[in-house]
Design a protein around this ligand. Sequence first.
Ligand code: URA
Length: 443
Amino acid sequence: MFNPVEIIKLKRENRPIPKDSLTRFIKEYASGRIPDYQMSAFLMAVFLQGMTVEEMVTLVHSMRDSGKVLDLSDIDGFKLGKHSTGGVGDKISLVLAPLLASMGISIPMISGRGLGHSGGTLDKLESIPGLNPVVSLAKFKRVLKKVGFVISGQTDELVPADRRMYSLRDVTATIESIPLVVGSIMSKKLAEDLDGLLLDVKTGKGAFFRSQKDAIHLAKLLIQVGLDFGVETRALLTDMDQPTGCAVGNWLEVQEAIQCLRGEGPSDTMELVYSLGIVALRIAGDVDAPGEIVSKLQQSISSGRALEKFFAYVHELGGDTSVIEKDKRFPLPREHQVLSQKAGNLSAIDAYEIGMASCLAGAGRLRMEDDVDHFAGILLKKQVGEGVEIGEPLATFYTRKDIKPEIENQIRNAITISETPGKPVKPVRGEIDRNGRLMSFGI
Ligand code: URA
């Protein structure tokens, strides 16, 4: 008789789990026959004991097969997936997906919600009034065909195992586990019927894997699983010591993504978009020099084609395009300023602390059942490397909560002001090859 307790025990004692038992465990959980408390125990056992490569590959397979796998054979053109391992202020998917679609690449993207201190693409999209980013399989394909890209969530049809495990991990302190991250990311990506996959592997204070060594190990495993499944997979290692761009929080990030699609985004964010864009186009077969690829990406932005794609997607998913087209401002929650108490140079902005401050303001979940305040968040007024005077704004935050001093302190503590000039942070640390070597990458 199948007994979930035996599987939890095997993992607890670090003994191998037979392939069939692990597959059954995931299947039963996805269909609601194993309760959350048993899956929580299993997740913690994996977190503490790890998994063998064989178990991890079985996890990817069984999570992917907990739902349907897309068949996109009737969609023309190269089908590219993109995924980030998670960070603070990371709105790159909202820019890169329409940008690449405007250049003829099809982007089917299954994304997630906020995890821990990090933001989630679905929560960001839901801040657009009327937009429902969780669509049926039929609609997923229809929008992909019509617009050239689609971003949607896990559903009962698509990777239901990840839908449930993802939110459970968020509240059971089991996010930062390499096999669980590989299972979560690759089950979604391999359900997308891809020709190629671009991974943005984050490292630094605001990433799930702070140490570069761990992030590189994660990247190597993600690439190997992708290649083993026949998908051309490449990864950039990117910096998450400080938040990406100036906006942290769902609606604020959508607005910043639109600025990027107008070519007016913050320089670090645009550099990430172009760097990841180069790798994306290379995966799709472009052999031009990096400078030429960047020119093509810039043209798609300056012509307005990339932004048009974004509007078309918002329209198809029921979103109110007038709000974003006219850059209409919502009645945001009350605005509060964080003013500098010191003169000097900004030498660091701790992405983790800013992510937590944004969660405190209401932009993220502290418990599984929490509602997200889509309009809460933080706008950084200075970036690392800039000078600051006493009384100058460091950040603005928006919240409906009655904990203004706590949020203000959290933001203040995240920002280091020194006498010596800080060095601007380079957003891209390099490209990881399939053997886990870090190679230099420049644009
Ligand atoms: N992104 C995912 O989809 N899953 C994780 O576990 C982490 C980041």
